[in-house]
Design a protein around this ligand. Sequence first.
Ligand SMILES: *Cc1c(COP(=O)(O)O)cnc(C)c1O
Ligand SMILES: [Zn+2]
Length: 412
Amino acid sequence: MSVEPLKHVTGLQCVSCGGTCALDEVVYTCGACGGNLDVQYDYEAIRRSWSRDDLEANPDRSIWRYHPLYPVSTRLEAPPIGWTPLFRADGLGKPLGLTSVFVKDDGRNPSASFKDRASVIALARARDIGRELVTGASTGNAGSSTAVLAAAMGMRARIFIPRAAPRAKVAQLLAFGAEVLSVDGTYDDAFDLCLAATERFGWYNRNTGYNPFTREGKKSVSFEICEQLGWRVPDLVVVPVGDGNIISGVWKGFEDLLKIGFIDRVPRLLAVQAEGSAAVVQALEGDGSIQPVSGETVADSISVSVPRDGAAAVRAVQASGGFGVTVSDEEILAAIPAVARGAGVFGEPAGVTAYAGLKKAAEQGKVEPEETIVFLVTGNGLKDVASVLRVAGEPTPVSPDPEALVKVFNEG
Ligand SMILES: *Cc1c(COP(=O)(O)O)cnc(C)c1O
Ligand SMILES: [Zn+2]
């Protein structure tokens, strides 16, 4: 059985005003109010033509096994994205008194972050509509992800980064062949300059939130979580939040599966933010509206003063019956060796922030001990080694001489 993906897309709906339009009518945001758009599907038609048995028979081990739920016809087979490992993390759960904690390691994507899920769908859309030059603003991960996939698809990538982007991420961008523009400012400054360039020069823009297709790729993680758990739906999914596009995608993924009848309930979501960059959590604890914050945190990938998909993120957490927590930079950094030692996963600061938040929520008694919990690791630790070295300790110097070694150990 096969499903023609684009046939089931019914249009776009604005997250803010609820207005709708056709898929080909606008490229980025709502024509009426400027709000972010959300892709709509004919779920009944998908349900009739696609089943869990079809999935079981599908040998594809990448995000493309769920192609009927993506709004693109272009498909990129290599490098493969998604189907990242999901496994038990008892070494982390048990000390917190939790019996069923799983980690989903998305650092194992081609550019070593979760962003590849989003970039591949955004770039497939670019190809679908005949665009060959893609741009984006990024502290590094969205950019390096765009760069590797643009290279794979024979497109050009022009990426704006804040000056303080971690070196390894810049190295990735350059290695993958992107043209890199280093902006003398913050992520928000780079984002705005990239938008201006898009308006002025017409490059295809992949920016988080602004581009409605990134969420469509990010939702794939929820498809995988359910299938990898044997269609047992977790009770709680813990997500690091910057712009809020991952968490709104995670929610959409579960809702998609619910609407096509592959699952019969959805999990609660726990949104975790850094204290200095907590606009979404503050909105959840306040009246639901997003207010700008400083955005300062060691976790560059979630350092955002105005979350670009904040409204959708707040809505997702509320609809799930979930909640938010904030963690300090110290708690984030401490989570790097904790996750490395407890689960065998090396994460960058934003990458381990979900675990830091889970730990805090568990200590505050906000999590049930027997719940099935999945936390996401969203980026690999090698992307920001400087942060790791702040907490991982120092090597012990020793001369190349066995006597010197004896001395080192005798002295403790
Ligand atoms: C982008 C990113 C996030 C946050 O995703 P948002 O959609 O901005 O909320 C978290 N972790 C890593 C490693 C990222 O690159
Ligand atoms: Zn609108």
